[in-house]
Design a protein around this ligand. Structure first.
Ligand code: SF4
Length: 399
C-alpha cells in the first residue's frame, strides 16, 4: 500500500552553480513567480485528481524542490487539500517542506504550519558567505541565522539542515567550522551531501573532479570521517549514509525510499513508484503540461521492474541505512536461494566494511558507509556470478 507522496515545486530565484535539478528560474520578481506558480499548482492539482489512489491515507508528504518556500501558503493549502481529497492525509502524518533562508518570513512560516506542515528542511549548504557566493546561492549566513531563529520562534520541533561538503576552496578547517556552527544551532536532523559535479552545470565548466580547488578523494574522505566523528560525538545517530538525527527525528518520508517502498510522485521531474513501476515525469514545465494531457493512461507508460531489478534496488537502497537489510524480510519477498547467495557474497567482503548480526546485513560506520559504492559493486559481482551460475542454461534470472 502506498502511503507517501512527493510533490516537486520547481521555482528558484536563480540556479545554484552545482545544481542540475528540474527547476524554473523566476528571479526576484514576485509577480512573475506568482503567475507561474498559480498555473503550475493548478496542473499539480489536476495530476493529483487523476492519480489512482490506494485506500490508505498518506503517512508522509514531502514538498521538495526547487524552493518550495517561494510558493505562498495559499497554494500549499490547495495542494494539501487536493491530496486529502484524492488520497487522504492520516492524522499525525509527517509533512516536510524544503525552505531556503532569505525566502520566507515568520508570518509565511506560520502560514505553512497552520496548514499542517510539521517538518522543515532548511537549505543552508555552508557557513561562509564567500563560499555561498561561489556556489551561486542566493542567501547569506546572516539569513541562515535569521531563518533558524524564525523556526524556533514558530515552535517547529522537527527540522533539518542541509550542508554540502567538498565545495571548491573548502579546506578541512573550513568544513570543521561549518560543522561546529551547525552543531551550535542544534538542528534535530542534518543531511550532509558530498558535492558531485554534474554535467552541464556551471561547476562542470569551471572545475574538474578531484583537481584543485576541489578536494582529492582522500580529502573528501577526511571530510566525511570528520562529519561522522563530530556529529556522533554531539549525540547524532548516523542513521543513513548522508543523514544524521537525534533520537526520534529520522526522516520518515526518506525511509520509504531507502526501504524501496512505493510512493506517489507529482510534478515536473518527479518520480513515482507505484505497482513496481518507476515513472519519471518530464523535466520541463512545458513537457510536463503536455504529459498531463495523456493522463491517466500516461501513468502506465512504463513497464514494471523485473523481480531481479527490484532485488538489486532493494539491496542497494537498504544498505544505505545503518540498520541495513533484514534477511528474513528479504527471504519473504525474494527467492530464498538469492538470499543465500547474498550471504555467501557478503562473506567475501572485508568484515571491516560489512557486518552481519543476527539476520541483519549492514555497512559498518564510517568506513563501510564511506566506501559504500565499492562494497555494493563487489557484492553485485559476487552475487550475479553466483545466481547466474545457479541458473545456468535458464538465461537471465528474471522471474
Ligand atoms: S535552491 Fe536548490 S533546487 Fe534551487 S537551484 Fe539551488 S540547489 Fe537547485
Amino acid at each position: 500500500m502506498t502511503t507517501s507522496a512527493y510533490i516537486h515545486l520547481p521555482f528558484c530565484r536563480r540556479r545554484c552553480f552545482y545544481c542540475d535539478f528540474p527547476i524554473t528560474v523566476v528571479g526576484d520578481s514576485p509577480t512573475l513567480a506568482e503567475s507561474l506558480i498559480q498555473e503550475y499548482v493548478a496542473a499539480l492539482c489536476q495530476e493529483i485528481a487523476q492519480t489512482p489512489a490506494d485506500p490508505l491515507p498518506l503517512e508522509t508528504i514531502f514538498l521538495g524542490g526547487g524552493t518550495p518556500s517561494l510558493v505562498p501558503p495559499q497554494f500549499i493549502g490547495q495542494l494539501l487539500e487536493a491530496l486529502d481529497r484524492r488520497i487522504g492525509i492520516a492524522l499525525g502524518a509527517e509533512i516536510s517542506m524544503e525552505m531556503d533562508p532569505g525566502t520566507f518570513d515568520l508570518e509565511q512560516l506560520q502560514g505553512y504550519l497552520g496548514l499542517g506542515v510539521n517538518r522543515i528542511s532548511l537549505g543552508v549548504q555552508a557557513f561562509d558567505d564567500a563560499l555561498l557566493q561561489l556556489c551561486g546561492r542566493s542567501h547569506t549566513v546572516a539569513e541562515v541565522e535569521r531563518a533558524v531563529e524564525m523556526i524556533r520562534q514558530a515552535g517547529v520541533a522537527n527540522w533539518s539542515m542541509d550542508l554540502i561538503s567538498g565545495l571548491p576552496h573548502q579546506s578541512l578547517a573550513h568544513w570543521q567550522v561549518s560543522l561546529e556552527r551547525a552543531i551550535a544551532l542544534n538542528p534535530p536532523h542534518l543531511s550532509i551531501y558530498d558535492l558531485i559535479i554534474e554535467p552541464k552545470t556551471v561547476f562542470s565548466k569551471r572545475y574538474q573532479p578531484e583537481a584543485a580547488p576541489l578536494p582529492t578523494q582522500a580529502q573528501a574522505a577526511a571530510a566525511y570521517r570528520l562529519g561522522h566523528k563530530m556529529l556522533t560525538a554531539a549525540g547524532y545517530d548516523h542513521y543513513e549514509i548522508s543523514n544524521y538525527a537525534r533520537a526520534g527525528f529520522a526522516c520518515r518520508h526518506n525511509q520509504v525510499y531507502w526501504r524501496n517502498q512505493p510512493y506517489y510522485g507529482f510534478g515536473m521531474g518527479a518520480t513515482s513508484y507505484l505497482g513496481h513501476r518507476r515513472l519519471s515525469r518530464p523535466r520541463t514545465r512545458r513537457e510536463y503540461y503536455q504529459w498531463l494531457q495523456t493522463l491517466p493512461a500516461g501513468l502506465n507508460q512504463v513497464s514494471a521492474d523485473s523481480l531481479w531489478d527490484r532485488w538489486l534496488e532493494t539491496l542497494m537502497l537498504g544498505l544505505r541505512l545503518k540498520d541495513g537489510l533484514c534477511l528474513t524480510a528479504l527471504a519473504a519477498e525474494f527467492p530464498p536461494s538469492w538470499v543465500e547467495a547474498l550471504q555467501a557474497a557478503a562473506a567475501k567482503v572485508s568484515p571491516k566494511m560489512l557486518g552481519m548480526t543476527g539476520d541483519r546485513l549492514y555497512l559498518r560506520q564510517p568506513e563501510g558507509f564511506l566506501l559504500a559504492n565499492h562494497v555494493i559493486v563487489a557484492l553485485w559481482e559476487a552475487l550475479e556470478g553466483s545466481v547466474f551460475r545457479q541458473q545456468e542454461g535458464q538465461g537471465v534470472p528474471i522471474h
